[in-house]
Design a protein around this ligand. Structure first.
Ligand code: RFL
Ligand code: PHB
Length: 389
């Protein structure tokens, strides 16, 4: 098979890029290792910046997002019994939209057939070849047979563990990494949220987050040591812990219910630079990871693919020889700012095992400053709603 762009990975990055390229009349094929049902079973992001909402609108795939997404004009930082509200609407004139990554992916997936976006699920042993040349190709197996796709560019949208980044020689890039000493244990349940806005809580027992997917579906997290196993956390134990960590007010409003999903995700900051090598463009989690504290991962995938689609459109449609070479710098400029924000909010809101009284005093001083300074709250709000693309 021959195409212009072979996209590896049908997560949000791969599907958004596929749709953007199809809308420009550029040929592409998406290769996904898992089945469609498996991809939709992964519970991940919940908060969308304007950049992601606008991208879905540009594709004409925002009908459900507009109807079902919850517009949030603020969120809260809790520290023990104190609650600091970040008024996004008043401080920035903008808001975020609560709409699950699962739903974004479903909307993109369901539109692929009618839009002529070819997505091949259950593609095994995906391997990239000759990425440093102008004629790269990708091989994979399906139903026991090996297939080959020749293309002009490969878009690596295959997440943190995919093969694309591994195809870049070690000497051609640099990895920047910070691993945190805990993970987030998340629970999804069909119960009304305890609060109409998100609450990120720093409690002496650890971090907690109250989030949601709808008026009737809640998503909560607590941080746990990396050695903890999901099986050690019964629903009751988790609800008890959330009730304490979210503070007396929100804690008392928690409605308990059976877990629809419960899982632990490790926290990591990671950037691989540059984000292009020869004919390979890396997008989304394939190139970078943020800890979920800033709600930035999916939104960075969206901004990456906007830059990548523009670069590829420049190459194929505008005959612009510099379009591709500018991709990495443009994408990384935004990536690093989101990395900084996610890291700083993680440091502010979590208790680290090695921390002593000094580190805690620094957190309290920073939270005092945020509570008392409009400028500090504006800086947080500006980053949370998303920096310009
Ligand atoms: P994905 O979603 O991981 O998709 C990559 C796809 O590539 C496929 N793949 C392969 N395909 C073919 N061959 C191979 N060898 C392959 N290897 C892998 C995979 O099966 C998959 O389908 O990456 P993408 O598209 O870059 O999207 C990134 C986002 O998924 C991620 O950044 C967010 O989920 C992060 N995140 C959040 N982001 C936000 O913007 N807001 C949030 O509120 C938010 N909350 C979260 C999060 C991530 C979390 N976890 C579980 C890490 C909350 C959590 C708990
Ligand atoms: C979520 O609802 O899953 C969620 C919300 C905000 C975050 C991370 C995850 O910062």
């Amino acid at each position: 098979m021959k195409t212009q762009v072979c996209i590896i990975g049908a997560g949000p990055a791969g599907l958004m890029l596929g749709h953007l390229l199809r809308a420009e009349g550029i040929e592409c094929v998406v290769l996904e290792r898992q089945s469609g049902d498996y991809v939709l079973g992964r519970i991940r992001a919940g908060v969308l910046e304007t950049v992601t909402v606008d991208l879905m609108a540009r594709l004409g795939l925002d009908a459900r997002l507009k109807a079902e997404g919850l517009v949030h004009g603020g969120f809260n930082l809790a520290d023990g019994e104190r609650l600091i509200r970040i008024d996004l609407a008043e401080l920035t004139g903008k808001h975020v939209t609560v709409y699950g990554q699962t739903e974004v992916t479903r909307d993109l997936m369901e539109a692929s057939a009618e839009r002529g976006l070819d997505v091949i699920y259950e593609a095994g042993d995906v391997a990239l070849h000759d990425v440093d040349s102008d004629a790269p190709y990708v091989t994979y197996t399906r139903d026991g047979a090996t297939q080959r796709i020749d293309c002009r560019f490969i878009a690596g949208c295959d997440g943190f563990h995919g093969p694309s980044r591994q195809a870049v020689p070690a000497s051609a890039g640099q990895a920047f990494e910070k691993v945190y000493p805990f993970g987030w244990l998340g629970i999804l349940a069909d119960v009304p949220p305890c609060n109409h806005e998100l609450i990120y809580a720093n409690h002496e027992r650890g971090f907690a987050l109250a989030s949601m997917r709808s008026e009737t579906r809640s998503r909560y997290y607590v941080d746990v040591p990396l050695t903890d196993k999901v099986e050690e956390w019964s629903d009751d134990r988790l609800w008890d812990e959330l009730t304490i960590r979210l503070g007396p007010d929100a804690g008392s409003r928690i409605t308990r219910g059976p877990a629809l999903e419960k899982s632990i995700a490790p926290l990591r900051s990671f950037v691989f630079a540059p984000m292009r090598y020869g004919s390979l463009l890396l997008c989304g989690d394939a190139a970078h990871i943020v800890p979920p504290t800033g709600a930035k991962g999916l939104n960075l995938a969206a901004s990456d693919v906007l830059y990548a689609a523009d670069a590829l459109t420049g190459f194929f449609r505008r005959n612009d020889p510099d379009a591709i070479s500018g991709y990495s710098d443009k994408a990384l400029a935004r990536v690093w700012k989101s990395e900084r924000f996610s890291w700083s909010l993680t440091m502010l809101m979590h208790r680290f095992p090695q921390d002593g009284p000094f580190e805690r005093a620094m957190q309290v001083a920073e939270l005092d400053y945020i509570a008392s300074s409009r400028a500090a709250r504006t800086a947080i709000a500006e980053n949370y709603v998303g920096l310009p693309v």
